[in-house]
Design a protein around this ligand. Structure first.
Ligand code: M6R
Length: 598
């Protein structure tokens, strides 16, 4: 949520900050702003809307600053307009901040500051921080920042500059910040992509740490004043991974990257045996709880099926946002698996902390290397799916499902139970089968053309493919703004069938399974009510063809692996509908890639 970038050094600062913001735009895109220090004065320029609107501001062209900070916003407090856009300054325009997170006690702090004569200009919680720092600022900026932050409750990743000092200060509690280390230049960002074209050397700031960046270097202290020795990490991917290439949208590129992403999730982990370096004793585990949000929660639902099937250990799934507040019953015999593409989702992180506090064992299934969740779990499985930029998650989802399958099989192996050779062989064939599945893209577009103006969609699946129906419906909602719901196919007759008429497209996941015949009956029930049927099948001879308006054929695989293959036509359907409607596929309205606020 919200993107931050800061720079101090000799490069041209305005284009560097604007380009960095563009790389962070997936984190929020309702307004943007920049504040730079020029001739020991602060100059702030903001705009409503996308970064391109900020970029077009003429005032930017004449600036020649020595440092600067910038922000792209996803509104929490206050509407998306210029006044509420960051950076926020104090009353005297001597200091400016950009902030990611939420200051929960901002209204009481606001009253206090207004009583003391501060003039608060915006409706945001963030502006309060600038005035609090002003309250304490005499000649030591760092001391003022610490005093101010000690009064706040909530989360922050923030950058601070003052007209009097040639430095950038940064502080983190709950919202990610990364320092980029250069030669006689330093960078700050809420995520690596913003600075990757300039440096691959990064330092991850941890909670309660404060960093000071000058042209010559950096220093990091804990809020209690102690210096912290930070490790410098080398980023393994390059700028090309962050470009769209020949694809119209990141989402389409990421859908088409799934053969490689799945291959990377697999790499080195499967031969005759499964190799996961978990370094965690799982022998006493009696229960497994999977927790996540959004698309990752859907992969958790599939994970439950896989874990119970292969390990016979009871598994439960919880929304992280609910788990964290429901006083969960946990013991050291429980394993809590947190699943997150970003590794920064506030609710998932809080659920993890709840589990750790109650002595449960924890495993993270995460894509972003070095993210907060990866640092706080007992052990983890990286997805290695590569950077995912489209707000709607695609390749991370299928990689999560594979990682959960590997975890289930690994636990089975650790329990001394035999691994079926066929499933290992089928897993190794996945990249190839996904490649084949992608060939249906043009055909799916023809279906999308027929249904792009529909007002509603229903998705049906059974067993391990019910969560795939939920995920298909979520993808469509997120990027095409068409109302869609997913149901277990058998539930249809308990309510949703009332919605079915000749205007209702119904997508059925009807690939081979023990319940195929029953799904066929559900299809017939919809057909009897004139609903439009789109079925996903992997059996060329199946009767589905006779009952469906559109049949999407995907390669055959084992039922346990079918969610990975079956998700792909649904991703493509959502993508093509949104694209045909002319919508901003990669940055759907009201959404952001990484939800680091509650
Ligand atoms: O980074 P995470 O996997 O923790 O994110 C969880 C959800 O916010 C995310 O999956 C969201 O639902 C996406 N917009 C899905 O497309």
């Amino acid at each position: 949520m919200c993107g931050i970038i800061g720079y101090i050094g000799d490069k041209k600062i305005i284009p560097l900050l604007i380009n960095g913001l563009k790389k962070l735009e997936y984190r929020g895109y309702d307004s943007a702003g920049i504040c730079v220090r020029e001739n020991q004065e602060l100059r702030t320029i903001k705009s409503k809307g996308r970064i391109s609107e900020l970029e077009s501001k003429k005032e930017l062209n004449s600036l020649n600053p020595d440092l600067g900070i910038a922000h792209t916003r996803w509104a929490t407090h206050g509407i998306p307009d210029e006044k509420n856009a960051h950076p926020h300054t104090d009353c005297k325009n001597q200091l400016a901040i950009v902030h990611n997170g939420i200051i929960e006690n901002y209204s009481s702090l606001k009253k206090l500051l207004e009583k003391e004569g501060h003039e608060i200009k915006s409706e945001t919680d963030s502006e309060i921080i600038a005035h609090l720092i002003e309250k304490f600022y005499k000649d030591d900026l760092e001391e003022a920042l610490i005093k101010a932050l000690k009064l706040t409750e909530g989360a922050y990743g923030l950058a601070l500059i003052s007209k009097n000092e040639k430095k950038i200060l940064a502080a983190r509690k709950g919202s990610p910040l990364v320092i980029g280390v250069g030669e006689k230049e330093m960078f700050l960002a809420s995520d690596v992509p913003a600075i990757l074209e300039h440096t691959k050397k990064v330092i991850y700031l941890h909670d309660n740490e404060i960093a000071t960046l000058t042209k010559e270097g950096y220093q990091v202290k804990h809020m209690n004043g102690e210096y912290v020795n930070k490790e410098i990490h080398e980023i393994k991917y390059s700028v090309e991974n962050l470009e769209k290439g020949n694809f119209k949208h990141f989402m389409l590129k990421e859908i088409f990257e799934q053969p490689q992403a799945i291959g990377n999730t697999l790499r080195g982990r499967i031969k005759n045996q499964l190799k996961l370096t978990l370094n965690l004793d799982l022998s006493s585990i009696k229960r497994i709880i999977l927790t996540a949000c959004g698309t990752s929660w859907h992969s958790a639902l599939i994970g439950k099926h896989l874990i119970e099937k292969f390990t016979r250990i009871p598994a439960e799934v919880d929304y992280a946002s609910e788990f964290r507040y429901r006083n969960p019953i946990l013991t050291e015999d429980d394993l809590v698996v947190v699943i997150s593409q970003s590794g920064e989702t506030a609710d998932t992180l809080a659920a993890l902390r709840e589990a750790s506090a109650r002595n449960a064992k924890t495993i993270g299934i995460v894509n972003v290397v070095g993210s907060t969740i990866t640092r706080e779990v007992n052990s983890g499985i990286y997805l290695h799916a590569g950077p995912e930029t489209g707000v709607a998650s695609t390749k991370a989802f299928t990689s999560q499902v594979l990682a959960l399958l590997l975890l289930a099989l690994y636990i089975r192996q650790e329990k001394g139970l035999a691994l079926d050779k066929e499933i290992l062989e089928e897993i190794n064939l996945l990249p190839e089968k996904i490649q084949k599945t992608l060939e249906i893209s043009d055909y799916v577009r023809t279906i999308a053309e027929k249904f792009k103006d529909s007002k509603n969609f229903l998705y049906f699946g059974r067993g391990i493919n019910f969560p795939v129906a939920l995920e298909g419906a979520l993808k469509l909602k997120e990027i095409s703004y068409i109302h869609a719901e997913g149901y277990p196919a058998a539930e249809m007759k308990h309510g949703p069938i009332a919605l079915v008429d000749e205007n209702m497209p119904c997508v059925f996941l009807a690939t081979k399974s023990e319940l195929s015949q029953k799904v066929l009956s559900n299809i017939e029930e919809v057909r009897a009510r004139k609903g439009k049927i789109i079925s996903v099948v992997n059996d060329r001879n199946s009767e589905y063809k006779n009952f469906s308006d559109f049949v999407i054929e995907v390669p055959e695989t084992l039922e346990e692996l079918s969610p990975i293959i079956n998700s792909i036509p649904l991703q493509l359907l959502a993508y093509h509908i949104a694209d045909l409607k002319g919508l901003d596929v990669d940055k759907p309205r009201n959404l952001a890639k990484s939800v680091t606020v509650e």
